[in-house]
Write a protein that binds this ligand. Structure first.
Ligand SMILES: Nc1ncnc2c1ncn2[C@@H]1O[C@H](COP(=O)(O)OP(=O)(O)OP(=O)(O)O)[C@@H](O)[C@H]1O
Ligand SMILES: [Mg+2]
Length: 343
């Protein structure tokens, strides 16, 4: 009796009324044939009336409510037809439940995006604030008289220039990320030797590595030419970011090694250092924009926390991904794959 259909309701009411009429007619001592006739006519009329009433007042209203929901629903497909011989209220109840679940998950998704957007705006403003304040401070001090002192003025100008460089680097990184995220990034595919690119990148980070006494080398056994097909400029940026990190977060007199491994259709490239390492709890968020493990150290190294986010995006536009293994105090290994050059 739980999911009783409108037709069943009408039959039950009609039966009950017909029985009542039959009882009354019998009590009035009417002829048998008349009693049957009267209850039959009453039964059929009540059945028709109740069925019509339910259809008119309930089914049509349900359809109206359902249509309103359907217009904001993304299920698509044609209009649902409910049969009066089934349980239309039950069906609509299930649909509304499902619709409400969909709405909740959509709202959660929107809330999450909104949270990211706010966080991102906050981070950008915060990162820009420091260099702007510094530049402002140096310039005002110079204007307030420090300009007359030849030693101070040069020192302050150099500091202001460093802050301006930092600001430029941040804005460049943000533009790179925004271009990569907009999906409109242009790929400049070419075949090139990864080994040769590695030497080029080693040369460009050599100065920083020397300052920390860190040695950078290609692992023994990985020194052959490796022809890959990729966007050279973007892969150069990936290697610069990963090698810079291995220097920034490496120990003095440490070692950074690059390994290249043949994986059938791909090459696997791994960059390992024996530096600070990263605690496991940080690894899932490491590639997020502005995420830094040790905020103090990272900022003093001039880092903004965008380097790995850029690496991740640059590899994703190549159809590849980045992964990391790390133990705090032991070191880190960042790895990614690239397509082999065809032909
Ligand atoms: N090789 C590594 N060893 C230890 N920690 C690392 C290493 N690479 C990255 N990290 C950690 O991950 C964080 C994010 O790195 P990412 O390169 O994205 O930012 P950053 O180096 O702080 O700034 P940026 O690269 O934008 O100048 C760093 O702040 C650092 O804490
Ligand atoms: Mg970095």
């Amino acid at each position: 009796m739980k999911n009783i259909t409108p037709l069943q309701v009408a039959i039950l009411v009609a039966l009950a009324t017909a029985m009542l009429v039959a009882g009354s007619a019998h009590a009035l001592a009417l002829a048998q044939s008349r009693v049957i006739m009267l209850s039959l006519i009453t039964g059929i009329s009540v059945l028709a009336m109740v069925y019509y009433a339910i259809n008119y007042f309930i089914y049509r209203k349900i359809k109206l409510i359902y249509k309103t929901i359907r217009s904001t629903k993304t299920l698509g497909g044609g209009e649902e037809v409910y049969s009066m011989n089934e349980d239309p209220i039950g069906q609509v109840y299930d649909e509304v439940q499902q619709w409400s679940k969909e709405q909740t998950s959509k709202k959660e998704e929107a809330d999450q995006l909104e949270k990211y957007r706010k966080e991102f705006l906050g981070n950008v403003s915060h990162e820009l604030k420091t260099p702007i304040f510094n530049i402002q401070g140096y310039i005002h001090t110079l204007l307030d008289g420090a300009m007359e002192d030849p030693e101070t003025n040069l020192n302050f100008l150099k500091k202001a220039a460093r802050s301006a460089d930092r600001m430029e680097a941040l804005v460049k990184d943000l533009l790179t990320i925004s271009e990569l995220e907009s999906g409109s990034v242009k790929m400049d595919w070419e075949n090139f030797d990864l080994q040769e690119l590695l030497q080029d990148v080693f040369d460009s980070v050599d100065h920083k590595a020397r300052q920390r006494g860190i040695q950078i080398q290609v692992k023994a056994g990985c020194r052959a030419p490796f022809m890959v097909r990729a966007d050279r400029k973007k892969i150069r940026q990936v290697l610069v970011n990963l090698l810079s990190n291995s220097i920034h977060y490496g120990n003095d007199h440490g070692l950074t090694q690059v390994g290249v491994y043949d994986m059938d259709r791909h090459f696997l490239i791994e960059i390992s250092d024996n530096g600070l390492g990263i605690e496991a709890e940080h690894l899932p968020r490491l590639f997020e924009r502005f995420y830094r493990v040790d905020k103090g150290r990272s900022r003093s190294e001039g880092g903004t926390g965008l380097g790995l986010a850029i690496v991740k995006h640059m590899l994703e536009v190549h159809g590849h991904t980045i992964h990391v293994r790390s133990s705090a105090g032991v070191g880190s290994t960042f790895g990614f794959t690239l397509d082999k050059a065809n032909g």
